[in-house]
Design a protein around this ligand. Structure first.
Ligand code: SF4
Ligand code: SF4
Length: 301
């Protein structure tokens, strides 16, 4: 396990600490509930990054802290499968959500302070009421990357995040001082070919989604991510696909065509994605497959 306090170096805010022992206990419980990493951010950290309406205390009045957990998705073996569809249909069961649900209950029961699972799913468009990505950054668990803005953890790379907002006033973890992306080898690759591995895997100027530049200081200078294109490739079988096919079916006048569309593999997978929410996790991992961050953790026998 890697708590954010092990990876950060600088305390950005100096909010009062209430109980380090309790914070350590909460982190230990999060790990027991399935988290690979856990970090704590003070609610006031949001003030500098998001407008009113998207801050922890807009969701839980009086909120003081946000506990963020991250879990790995596909196993090391799944990443190495020669069949890329293995990753599509595995179903990751959202271990991060399971962990945060259990932890939220534990916080209320054991500490007597209010807590809620932060709502990370969008209610309109792609805009969630609460950004797990920002929460992960503010809790010191990772930094934004050139690959679709994914928050990379320095040890594990791609992780799935969830958060618990609570009125408990907990000691904060520092945000990471060092950018995780670009990795040193990506800076070298960029110097040689003008692209990092993720950009080369999904180049915006050749039908893909990613572009950007790295400055002389080795940091991200510019980042471009075509989200609409990525969603159409990586999210084909979730609720959005189900809605599209439903309209298509409802307006199809030819009974035979309607029947065959309803029985098609595409609609079956869309139904499966909605019913079990398994196939909708992602259908493309190519930018992450080539990313060196976290690769060490996936080197098993
Ligand atoms: S998930 Fe796939 S489509 Fe989206 S940016 Fe990465 S490689 Fe491109
Ligand atoms: S491959 Fe990974 S570390 Fe390298 S630039 Fe892309 S996201 Fe960043």
């Amino acid at each position: 396990m890697n708590s954010s306090s092990e990876v950060g170096t600088t305390e950005v805010n100096s909010e009062p600490s209430s109980d380090q022992g309790l914070a350590d206990k909460i982190k230990a419980m999060a790990v027991e509930f399935g988290a690979d990493v856990v970090g704590i951010a003070p609610a006031v950290r949001w003030d500098d990054f998001v407008p009113e309406g998207y801050r922890p205390y807009d969701l839980l009045p009086g909120a003081k802290s946000v506990i963020v957990v991250g879990t790995r998705g596909p196993s090391a073996g799944a990443w190495r499968s020669p069949n890329p569809r293995v990753m599509e249909v595995l179903g990751l069961d959202f271990a991060n959500d399971r962990a945060i649900a259990a932890l939220t209950g534990w916080v209320e029961t054991e500490t007597g302070h209010m807590a809620i699972q932060a709502p990370g799913l969008p209610v309109t468009g792609h805009q969630p009421p609460f950004s797990y990505m920002l929460a992960a950054v503010l809790a010191g668990l990772g930094t934004r990357s050139l690959a679709a803005n994914i928050i990379l953890n320095p040890r594990y790379g791609l992780l799935y995040y969830s958060a618990c907002i609570t009125k408990l006033d907990l000691p904060a973890d520092p945000m990471l001082e060092q950018d995780v992306c670009p990795a040193p080898m990506c800076v070298q690759t960029y110097k040689h070919i003008g692209r990092t591995p993720c950009m080369a895997a999904c180049p915006a100027d050749d039908g893909g989604c990613l572009d950007g530049s790295i400055g002389e200081d080795g940091r991200i200078e510019e980042a471009y991510y075509n989200r609409e294109r990525c969603v159409s490739r990586a999210m084909n079988f979730g609720p959005v696909a189900f809605q599209k096919v439903l309209v298509d079916l409802a307006t199809e006048e030819d009974q035979d065509v309607r029947h065959s569309k309803a029985q098609s593999d595409f609609f079956s997978r869309s139904c499966s994605g909605v019913a079990f929410y398994k196939e909708s996790v992602a259908q493309c991992f190519e930018c992450m497959r080539v990313c060196p961050v976290g690769r060490q953790e996936r080197k098993l026998k």
